[in-house]
Write a protein of this length. Structure first.
Length: 184
């Protein structure tokens, strides 16, 4: 049974800038830079037939390429931080792409996500880090902003259950392209 999710790949030059933020936080399990991604819609463990249906359905998505930028480092989990992330500026094109995928997958009978979509790239998972340690880590790196980058496709990823995230495999890629205007 594959474990699937849709997402955006992080370009190597942006992944390199994120990798420079690794270290200096006790109790952090750092994600390998080649596994950085922005999850659009977590799907979960599904059977092969449903996976094929999802892959076909996603090919219907027609969106234009857009620019994206990672805005700052943050954490998830409040008083008990569980992850360090690079927050993503939620531009309309990104939010529309995610919402369309969510609608399509619900039509297929998949349950909606239980959480509100908060675009981010996970950098580390936390177990033993205190909220003070995380606050100090984030304060020291408050300056982080990535360069803008072009999003020209989204992908269907598969993953195996593992500690720390990854490795992720691109099962299918869906290019983003300007729609052609057709005159009657």
């Amino acid at each position: 049974m594959p474990r699937l999710f849709t997402g955006l790949e992080i370009p190597p030059r942006i992944a390199e800038s994120l990798a420079m933020m690794r270290g200096g936080l006790p109790g952090a399990r750092w994600i390998d830079p080649e596994n950085y991604h922005l999850t659009l819609r977590f799907i979960g463990n599904i059977d092969g037939g449903t996976a094929r249906d999802i892959a076909g359905l996603l090919s219907r998505v027609q969106r234009a390429p857009f620019e994206l930028r990672l805005d700052c480092l943050s954490s998830f989990g409040g008083r008990k931080p569980r992850a360090v992330v690079a927050a993503v500026r939620p531009v309309a094109a990104l939010m529309d792409l995610q919402a369309e995928q969510a609608r399509l997958l619900q039509r297929l009978g998949l349950d909606p996500e239980g959480r509100k979509f908060t675009p981010h790239v996970t950098l580390a998972r936390l177990r033993e880090s205190s909220s003070r340690q995380v606050a100090e880590y984030l304060t020291a790196r408050a300056h982080y902003r990535s360069a803008s980058f072009q999003v020209s496709r989204f992908v269907l990823f598969s993953s195996r259950a593992s500690v720390g995230g990854g490795p992720y495999v691109v099962e299918a890629a869906y290019p983003l392209a300007e729609r052609e205007l057709r005159w009657a």
